[in-house]
Design a protein around this ligand. Structure first.
Ligand code: TEU
Length: 563
């Protein structure tokens, strides 16, 4: 995996678009800040915290879905793409939030969830009324398998939230396709009217002043011709088949031509089901498809279905190199370690023991902010928020935990399933933001929709804002440093020690060396010959000749020179 040539830095086709230098912060609005006491976060709560985000150094906010929804999947099931979810506020609240962002020089990107809608969307309500309804073709309806073949669903596709990917509709005698829950029917992108509807709703929000979209499971919009059965091997990870439909690139280019090219936007596709080399085409600036993708190789390196496996630092490092090389000179990566679908980064890749949580969260935030690409911080990561101490399955709200449990309960013990859900379950990252040490972590005056982590008494924004050396202070300072460092923003990337089991050591640009200690033990790290340390560029470390002493879970950015 060692590559001695740093990756090229310039994009000769496009120059340097703004989103390459941006720091993105993801807000999961349900859990950010509740201002009306209903236990659910809201848009005025975001507006109230814009100065906090500005002080952190955020350039772009990615807002998880804020649209009208029955909330089968917390807003990833949209009933009306042009309406704000009532629990979150009104369109006036949205406009005020966006104006507040613009006034502070921040941009907003919103979630585009158009692989599927809610079954309560007017299109689907019409579509299921009859086989000749004008909206029938907005979704994917098929007859069941021939009775001579045993009947049942049209093929053997499975849904990510459990059970088959097909639901039978009594009144019209056909099945509809849904890759996620039955309440999330997949839209039929083959139908040009569907594509026009999507283009229209994109224009609606762009005309309001949003700066682009994070596109939910976008590789899934093009279905496999004829929808053949999955092979037994494919059934283990159907996302690789669902993401490989033949029309994906056409649909994205059409979207770019018809909509995006008329605005100044950034687009980031959730590349679930794509290997880095497959995602390369999506982000190749010459192809005019997407700008960025969210790639799952790192955050899912130790996940096999509902099971948590294990990871090692050399494997993690190999993935960083692989992703960097896959992006190549015409692509650009996103850098993230968590989001609303994954465990908290400090619990996953760091050490969330109270004695180490702050130090390891700083190491991980340093990793996100010093890799080559656009960093995406997930809300609470700037504080080192941790996984939640779930005690029983009943503590989980997420439909994924319940759907998968139904699939496996006949063969897996509850204790084993619970242990995995505790480690990987999506609710870990969805517990409310920890603003203060007060009741409910300052998130709500009511009853929070998911409980607040009891460690809000020690991990919270109010405390950290006032304390030098906190995760928040470190993250803020590092974002400011990054802004002033062309090496970090634009420089090439090279892992100088891919096999070391505890230290992640990489060069950025001509002058910087980042050292991250991924363990509790102090390491005396020997630099390669031919490299001279000129001093610390960010943070501090003891350097004696070629040896840098790194305390447990410490990080430092050194200014270096090749001699
Ligand atoms: O996620 C799809 C996805 O990649 C997975 O994280 C998914 O949640 C599941 O773990 C697959 O095993 C997107 C959204 O980010 C997620 O919140 C939604 O639930 C999902 O699509 C459906 O819209």
């Amino acid at each position: 995996m060692r590559d001695d040539q740093p990756t090229p830095t310039a994009d000769p086709a496009l120059g340097r678009p703004w989103w390459k230098d941006a720091v993105v912060y993801q807000i999961y609005p349900r859990s950010f800040l509740d201002t009306d006491g209903d236990g659910v976060g809201d848009l005025p709560g975001i507006t109230a915290k814009l100065d906090y985000l500005k002080a952190l150094g955020v350039d772009v906010v990615w807002l998880s879905p804020h649209f009208d929804s029955p909330n089968a999947d917390n807003g990833y099931d949209i009933r009306d793409y042009r309406k704000v979810m009532a629990q979150f506020g009104t369109m006036a609240d949205f406009d005020a939030m966006l104006a507040g962002m613009s006034a502070r020089g921040m941009r907003l990107i919103i979630d585009l969830v158009v692989n599927h809608s809610s079954d309560e969307h007017a299109w689907f309500v019409e579509s299921r009324k009859g086989r000749d309804n004008p909206y029938r073709d907005y979704y994917i309806w098929r007859d069941g398998r021939d009775a001579s073949l045993g009947g049942g669903p049209p093929n053997n596709y499975s849904a990510f939230f459990g059970g088959p990917a097909w639901t039978f509709d009594q009144s019209t005698g056909q099945y509809y396709l849904h890759y996620f829950a039955a309440k999330q029917p997949d839209l039929n992108w083959e139908n040009p009217k569907v594509r026009e509807e999507v283009h229209d709703l994109m224009r609606f929000w762009l005309d309001k002043g949003v700066s682009g979209f994070r596109m939910d499971v976008i590789p899934f919009i093009s279905k496999q011709p004829g929808l053949p059965d999955l092979t037994p091997a494919e059934r283990r990870a159907p996302q690789f088949v669902y993401a490989a439909g033949p029309k994906l690139h056409d649909y994205l280019r059409e979207m770019r031509r018809e909509v995006l090219d008329r605005y100044d936007t950034m687009t980031v596709g959730e590349a679930f089901g794509l290997r880095p080399e497959d995602a390369r085409d999506l982000i190749d600036s010459r192809r005019r498809e997407l700008d960025l993708v969210i790639n799952f190789d790192i955050v899912r390196m130790d996940i096999d279905g509902w099971r948590k496996t294990s990871w090692t630092l050399p494997r993690l490092k190999a993935l960083y190199t692989e992703l960097d090389q896959a992006a190549g000179p015409f692509g650009w990566n996103t850098q993230f370690l968590s989001n609303h679908d994954n465990p908290r980064s400090v619990s996953h890749f760091g050490d969330d023991d109270p004695a180490w949580v702050e130090r390891s969260a700083k190491v991980l935030n340093t990793l996100i902010l010093t890799q080559r690409g656009t960093p995406f911080l997930y809300q609470g990561e700037e504080l080192g928020m941790t996984n939640y101490p779930f005690q029983t399955l009943d503590d989980f709200d997420d439909l994924e935990v319940w759907g998968r449990w139904r699939d496996v309960k006949h063969r897996v013990s509850e204790a084993e399933y619970l242990a995995n859900a505790r480690a990987m379950g999506r609710d870990n990252s969805r517990t409310p933001m920890q603003w203060t040490s007060g009741p409910n972590g300052g998130f709500t005056s009511g009853k929070p929709w998911l409980p607040v982590n009891p460690n809000a008494s020690t991990i919270n924004a109010e405390d950290q804002a006032a304390r030098p050396g906190s995760v928040l202070a470190h993250t803020r300072a590092l974002i400011a440093f990054r802004r002033g460092s062309a090496d970090l923003r634009e420089g090439g990337y090279r892992d100088i020690d891919p096999d070391h089991e505890q230290v992640f050591a990489y060069r950025r640009g001509e002058r910087l060396l980042v050292l991250l200690n991924f363990g509790r033990e102090t390491v005396r790290y020997a630099l390669p010959d031919g490299l001279t340390v000129e001093g610390a560029a960010f943070g501090a470390a003891e350097v004696e000749g070629q040896v840098v002493t790194l305390a447990g879970w410490a990080s430092v950015i050194l200014a270096v020179r090749d001699v």
